[in-house]
Design a protein around this ligand. Structure first.
Ligand SMILES: [Zn+2]
Length: 113
């Protein structure tokens, strides 16, 4: 099975993990025979989806279209925001209370990552 990588942060998204998928395909219009390209799937982890949605509009028509769709998802329901918050919390948890040595923290990040 092909692994999924967040387009923005390059983090691997595991099967069953929360993420946002943007599907894209192209199709000819008014041309016979009608042609349809294969579909592409672009994935974002919840943190990146929320960050993109709350950030400034991107440049380029395709980016803008994707941004609109992601904003639509992020703004309609808090579940993705919650997933992003949980992700952030687990990363912050890895950093510990400040009493661990840097080596302990590195070992923990290695185990988790
Ligand atoms: Zn990401």
């Amino acid at each position: 099975m092909q692994s999924i990588i967040c387009l923005r942060c390059r983090r691997e998204i595991e099967v069953g993990e929360k993420s946002v998928a943007v599907y894209m395909f192209a199709q000819t219009v008014g041309v016979k025979p009608r042609q349809k390209s294969g579909a592409q799937r672009i994935c974002f982890c919840p943190q990146c989806a929320v960050s993109l949605a709350m950030g400034l509009p991107p440049e380029g028509a395709l980016n803008m279209a994707a941004w609109d769709m992601i904003r639509d998802l992020v703004s309609s329901e808090p579940s993705l925001n919650y997933a992003a918050w949980e992700g952030l919390r687990s990363v912050a948890g890895l950093l510990g209370s400040g009493e661990d040595s840097p080596a302990d923290i590195r070992a923990r990040i290695r185990r988790a990552g």
